[in-house]
Design a protein around this ligand. Structure first.
Ligand code: C2E
Ligand code: CA
Ligand code: CA
Ligand code: CA
Length: 278
């Protein structure tokens, strides 16, 4: 085990796989984990070029009773390998809708959009759209403040079914964001095939765009394309003012990253809402 520098515990990396027994024991613990007590939604701010808060992405943290904080990069894949992802996925959606309903009652927070990560396996579940719509109905929140972050891994699945689901969700005002843009091989084909609302530039491009000319070209091209196709574009992993300046100069006007705030528990995020950035 090693620390990954984000105050989360890592049990394995690319080279070192966890033992099958250990993975099975984590899977068992995950099955018993209680949402909002062991598995906690964190909120990472999203801001525009005037540094106004526009919303947040929900990122889960697992407070394991024995092993401490476990990163979603570790436990989401375990959840995705079983049916646990369906329960966790539904709970995150409900937690988002509950929070949106609270924000919508206050004119100062009514505009905030919450982004929720959706696993391919979760999205392709037969009653996924119904799960989303019932979360909205239970809490009476507006669909237009809920954003679903999907990845191109969905392209490997049934295309017709995918199109029907995307259309249905969008008819309720729910927006879709293409996460991890450019990290796989089919980012462009997903854009050709489906109407999406937002492209999220992956942190790996933002990390290197100031030194690597190719990454800079790719980012400029993605921003241009998004603007021409009527999609908004947000950059993830923005850590420095120099990165923000480069993105702004090239027409990317929305940002998420440590420069503006790390993922934080709801209490801290509520304080964050009250004291806007300068
Ligand atoms: P992601 O969706 O690509 O999320 C972005 C990751 O970048 C998050 O890692 C976030 O904490 C991190 N990040 C954001 N800004 C910065 C920055 O400026 N510097 C650095 N160093 N990191 C930054 P995190 O929270 O560890 O989440 C990892 C992945 O776990 C997410 O990647 C997402 O794929 C998955 N995940 C998290 N919550 C959920 C969930 O509720 N459902 C599903 N299906 N997946 C989730
Ligand atoms: Ca995401
Ligand atoms: Ca990413
Ligand atoms: Ca991801």
């Amino acid at each position: 085990a090693k620390s990954d520098g984000r105050s989360c515990f890592r049990f394995f990396d690319e080279k070192l796989q966890p033992s099958i027994e250990f993975k099975a024991s984590l899977e068992n613990d995950l099955r018993d984990a209680i949402f909002d007590r062991d598995i906690i939604p964190y909120f990472q701010p999203q801001v525009n070029h005037r540094h106004e808060l526009i919303g947040a992405e929900i990122l889960l943290r697992w407070q394991h009773p024995k092993h401490g904080m476990i990163s979603p990069a570790e436990f989401i894949p375990i959840a995705e390998d079983s049916d646990i992802i369906h329960r966790i996925g539904t709970e995150v959606l409900q937690s988002a809708c509950k929070q949106l309903a609270i924000w919508q009652n206050n004119p100062e927070t009514a505009h905030l959009v919450l982004s929720v990560n959706i696993s391919a396996r979760q999205f392709m579940q037969k009653n996924f759209v119904e799960t989303v719509l019932s979360s909205i109905q239970i809490y009476h929140c507006s669909g237009s403040r809920l954003r679903l972050e999907i990845t191109e891994s969905l392209m490997l699945k049934n295309i017709n079914e995918l199109a029907t689901k995307i259309e249905k969700l969008r008819s309720y005002g729910i927006t879709l964001s293409l996460d991890d843009f450019g990290t796989g091989y089919s980012s462009l084909s997903i854009l050709r095939s489906f109407p999406l609302d937002e492209i999220k530039i992956d942190k790996s491009f933002v990390d290197h765009m100031l030194e690597n000319a190719n990454d800079a070209h790719i980012i400029r091209t993605v921003i241009n394309m998004s603007n021409h196709m009527g999609m908004t574009v947000i950059a993830e992993g923005v850590e420095t003012e120099a990165q923000e300046a480069f993105l702004a100069e090239n027409g990317c006007l929305n940002y998420q990253g440590y420069l503006f705030g790390k993922p934080m528990p709801l209490d801290d995020f509520s304080d964050y809402i009250k004291k806007p950035l300068s």
